[in-house]
Design a protein around this ligand. Structure first.
Ligand code: ATP
Length: 242
């Protein structure tokens, strides 16, 4: 694997008395696209929230680009260049596509070893997401769910993140958007963006990911290459939606 960008060790998280994550570990290398897979309720979203510092009750060690971010506040983690695209799209419905993008703008970044991270501009993003390119002045509230999903990803990229957490990008969007989203993730990987995405759909994950972790009841049951997972029908039947 390349230089580690995100390393999670012994992660535990609870909602009240209910423990959701048990001793979870995973790693994402620089430039990798890694899928966190599992059925509804397996704990994918909770894992992302815990990494982002959004779980009040969580313990364990999380390192990001060489920084120990365990126990840090979400805004501090975001400031280090960790982008989060939550499942529920959070665009500003009264603002246009371009105005929404402007809100995400942050200066260019370098990795902790001094290498420059990919830099995004509105022009590059409108080219990367052709459907947004066709409607730069449309208010967010007048876009389809899938288009809003794209806009949320694009706005996160305006922050020039070193790595993005992408929560279920293919969930609840039209097949044509799913295909666009897959193409976009492949392009992001080519541009050098590291991604941890949560996903239930093996086919989608196979199109875009290098490696996968399979999560069930808050524990990692399996990890390996996406090609190994795609061939392992028993594993898919046991833990995933086929
Ligand atoms: P989904 O695809 O449904 O989002 P997921 O794998 O992302 O699934 P999580 O959303 O992380 O799963 O949920 C893991 C468990 O935590 C589930 O049992 C869920 O009911 C529980 N849970 C999630 N959010 C809360 C909350 N705010 N309060 C209490 N329990 C919660």
């Amino acid at each position: 694997m390349s230089t580690p960008m995100l390393t999670v060790e012994g992660l535990r998280a609870s909602y009240g008395a209910a423990q959701i994550l048990y001793n979870l570990g995973l790693e994402v290398g620089r430039g990798e696209v890694v899928a966190l897979m599992g059925r509804n309720g397996a704990g994918k979203t909770t894992t992302m929230k815990a990494v982002m510092g959004l779980m009040a009750q969580s313990t364990g060690k999380v390192s990001f680009d060489g920084h120990d971010i365990s126990g840090r506040q979400p805004y501090e983690i975001a400031r280090l260049g960790l982008g989060f695209v939550p499942e529920d799209r959070r665009i500003f419905s009264d603002l246009t596509v371009l105005e929404n993008l402007d809100i995400g703008r942050q200066p260019p970044r370098t990795f902790s070893d001094g290498v420059a991270a990919p830099v995004w501009t509105e022009q590059k993003l409108l080219a990367l997401f052709p459907n947004l390119g066709e409607m730069p002045n449309r208010p967010g509230g007048r876009m389809s769910g899938g288009e809003q999903q794209m806009l949320t990803v694009a706005r996160t990229l305006m922050g020039n993140p070193l790595l993005i957490l992408l929560d279920e990008p293919s969930e609840g969007v039209a097949p044509v958007i799913v295909e666009m989203m897959a193409n976009t993730i492949v392009e992001l990987k080519k541009a050098g963006v590291s991604i941890l995405l949560s996903e239930q759909n093996v086919h989608f994950a196979e199109l875009v990911s290098d490696r996968a972790y399979v999560l069930e009841k808050g524990q990692i049951r399996w990890n390996g290459t996406m090609a190994e997972l795609a061939e392992n029908v028993e594993l898919q039947r046991a833990y995933l939606t086929v």
